[in-house]
Write a protein that binds this ligand. Structure first.
Ligand code: CDP
Ligand code: CDP
Length: 223
């Protein structure tokens, strides 16, 4: 079974996907972390993150590895652990910019589809239900009001003792919402057959339970 979870920043995709995958004993695949890794590589190489020509210089030589250990998932860019670094706000913007470039997307989508061939997965991102796994048995589009999403992300950054303020977090989310929805190739969009879940007033447990009940319904339909 493949479960596709898409939606804008701060909707709860990774928190919910991780828990659902753990409960079902499926593999969790965080596709956003892959775009973040390419964004970080572009920053490190001093490239213009919106230039296809400049990104061509790194995209074919880049290595992105995902390793699971007792602390969760770790991401390695060209052999170096970048798990923490890819969460920085400047990397979020770079990720959203490199994600507009078709050759970057094609390279990452290829890796994502190969990972999903091997086992049951919960994969989260922006284009999973519409483009990466169009035949996923269950598709969820998670969303929430932008102020609530910004509040969630801001709280998270404050807990990590990052230097930030609410308005800049909200601006960054609005920038990415627009950039991700308006790009030509595989934009952020609810798939026609996805279930829409507005989580503005839902707790994490409520969202998880709702998705588990949808999985159960799907399994009953398949049997
Ligand atoms: O992956 P995405 O950007 O969609 O969101 P996330 O990183 O999973 O969630 C952002 C923050 O919102 C996390 O700190 C979650 O614990 C929190 N959250 C929440 O408070 N209520 C929800 N229903 C979902 C997530
Ligand atoms: O966790 P959050 O929602 O803040 O972002 P993310 O899922 O880590 O994704 C970072 C950026 O990568 C997004 O703003 C998108 O531009 C891009 N992305 C994408 O284009 N397609 C995906 N399947 C996943 C992420």
């Amino acid at each position: 079974m493949k479960i596709a979870i898409d939606g804008p920043a701060g909707a709860g995709k990774s928190t919910i996907s991780k828990s659902v995958a753990k409960m079902l004993n499926y593999i969790y695949i965080d596709t956003g972390a892959m775009y973040r890794s390419v964004g970080l590589a572009a920053i490190k190489a001093g490239l213009d993150t919106r230039s296809e020509t400049e990104l061509q210089r790194i995209i074919n030589n880049i290595s992105i590895e995902i390793k699971n250990d007792e602390h969760g998932q770790k991401f390695f860019l060209n052999g170096k652990d970048v798990t923490k670094e890819i969460r920085k706000p400047e990397v979020s913007i770079a990720a959203s910019n490199v994600a507009t470039i078709p050759s970057v997307r094609l390279k990452l989508v290829d890796i994502q589809r190969k990972l999903a061939e091997k086992s049951s997965v919960v994969m989260d991102g922006r284009d999973i239900g519409t483009y990466v796994l169009p035949n996923a048995e269950l598709k969820i589009f998670l969303t929430a009001d932008v102020d609530e999403r910004a509040r969630r992300r801001y709280k998270e950054l404050i807990e990590k003792k990052a230097e930030t303020n609410f308005e800049s977090v909200r601006e960054e989310i609005l920038f990415r919402d627009k950039n991700d929805s308006e790009r030509d190739f595989a934009p952020l969009k609810q798939a026609d057959d996805a279930v829409l879940l507005d989580t503005t007033n839902m707790s994490i447990d409520e969202v998880i339970n709702k998705i588990l009940s949808l999985v159960e319904e799907k399994c009953n339909d398949i049997i």
